[in-house]
Design a binder for this molecule. Structure first.
Ligand SMILES: NC(=O)C1=CN([C@@H]2O[C@H](COP(=O)(O)OP(=O)(O)OC[C@H]3O[C@@H](n4cnc5c(N)ncnc54)[C@H](O)[C@@H]3O)[C@@H](O)[C@H]2O)C=CC1
Ligand SMILES: CC(C)CC(=O)C(=O)O
Ligand SMILES: [Mg+2]
Length: 363
């Protein structure tokens, strides 16, 4: 990374991935213009698109581009042709899981907040969700997604092994405690320690680590109860720490509180690199229809600007997104009276960044 020049690996992927990433690039260019940054993009094949073109869901060239980059901007992978074929040995999802493992992206951070103009649009009552502000820390490169897996040749049985080590658990545990210290000083470990040995190991290690953070209130919640509590009383949560599969599931559920999964960004962070992607998938039903909400990808780009320590630019991007949402310049999933298309939302946000008052310069 040299002053004001940043190498960004761009992996659009499948389905709506290319559409929402295109809006993020449009906005990154607007940020570059407004703040005099240069973002150099290197595009890479990924997922089903990569399988169709190369036979590999994560080509070596794509991995090399990511390793050489300052950050990775990723869309989504996934294709019904593979979803509906349980016998497919090569799958798009393998590319994403391999990329996360190869880059050592052990911490997946999924922020969730509510917006005033969307509160009334939620299926949940205003008094329950208003003011919800949660950070989910999901372990991303271990657990059942990465364990030994086997299917008996005649389909008689199959298994997936969930395995965790202290080395898998500690790094993200410390990250989550430190984030709680910066926020409202509450950390909730979500697990299934009443049944699973792996969860009991999480609870033991997190309990040990807690001694280093006496200012943080630590509590525990079984994942089935947590799935209910997220809907009953989401404001009880500040920072959530959990293992891979539980985090995958509860973050999609939590997205309903914010108004749409099309709003939720994520950062996947390791020691030497980071990847930024919406929490949603390739939403194949919407491919090519211009109805996909690009804001989750755009807010993931804001998290990338945070990571690159471009704080003013990140703040301006978030201000621009809030301006679009509060002025109802949004896609159909947010129940807009006059829905905008994916590209209209992106252009509205990009124009606001370029032409709004210089509210972010300290003149
Ligand atoms: N990180 C990734 O690349 C992920 C990939 N996938 C893959 O995506 C494919 C589809 O999986 P699904 O379970 O249908 O998950 P999905 O997240 O693609 O879509 C689920 C539902 O969420 C809504 N949705 C998703 N993205 C949206 C957006 N940007 N704007 C508005 N609404 C949106 C739609 O109602 C959609 O039917 C599968 O192949 C799956 O493996 C799923 C999750 C994450
Ligand atoms: C391939 C899946 C594990 C992707 C996903 O659902 C996620 O990361 O949220
Ligand atoms: Mg998921």
């Amino acid at each position: 990374m040299s002053d004001n020049v940043f190498k960004i690996a761009v992996l659009p992927g499948d389905g709506i991935g290319p559409e929402v990433v295109a809006e993020s690039i449009k906005i990154l260019d607007a940020i570059g213009e407004a703040f005099q940054y240069t973002f150099k993009y290197q595009y890479g094949l990924m997922g089903a698109d990569a399988i169709y073109k190369t036979g590999n869901p994560l080509p070596d060239e794509t991995l090399a581009i990511c390793r050489e980059s300052d950050a990775v901007l990723f869309g989504a992978i996934g294709d019904p042709a593979f979803d509906n074929n349980p016998d497919a040995k090569v799958r798009p999802e393998q590319g994403l899981l391999k990329l996360r493992k190869e880059l050592g992206l052990f911490a997946n951070i999924r922020p969730l907040k509510t917006y005033a103009s969307l509160i009334e649009k939620s299926p949940l009552k205003k008094e329950i969700i208003e003011g919800t502000d949660i950070q989910i820390f999901r372990e991303l490169v271990s657990g059942i997604y990465f364990g030994e897996k086997f299917t008996e040749e005649n389909g008689a049985y199959a298994y997936d092994v969930c395995r965790y080590s202290r080395e898998d658990i500690l790094p993200i545990t410390h990250m989550a405690f430190k984030e709680a210290q910066r926020r409202r000083k509450k950390l909730t470990l979500i697990d299934k320690a009443n049944v699973l040995d792996t969860s009991r190991l999480w609870r033991k290690i997190v309990q040990e680590a807690a001694a280093e953070y006496p200012d943080v209130q630590l509590d525990y919640m079984f994942v089935d109860n947590a799935a209910m509590q997220l809907i009953l009383n989401p404001k009880q949560f500040d920072v959530i720490l959990t293992e891979n599969m539980f985090g995958d599931i509860i973050s999609d559920e939590a997205s309903v509180i914010g108004g749409s999964i099309g709003l939720l960004p994520s950062a996947s962070v390791g020691k030497e690199n980071a990847l930024f992607e919406p929490i949603h998938g390739s939403y194949p039903q919407a491919k090519g229809k211009g109805i996909a909400n690009p804001i989750a990808s755009i807010l993931s780009t804001a998290m990338m600007l945070d990571y690159l320590q471009l704080d003013q630019a990140a703040d301006k991007l978030r201000e621009s997104v809030e301006h679009a949402i509060e002025n109802r310049y949004v896609t159909v999933d947010l129940k807009a009276e006059q829905p905008c298309s994916t590209t209209e939302v992106g252009s509205f946000i990009a124009d606001y960044i370029k032409y709004s008052e210089k509210s972010y310069y300290n003149f």
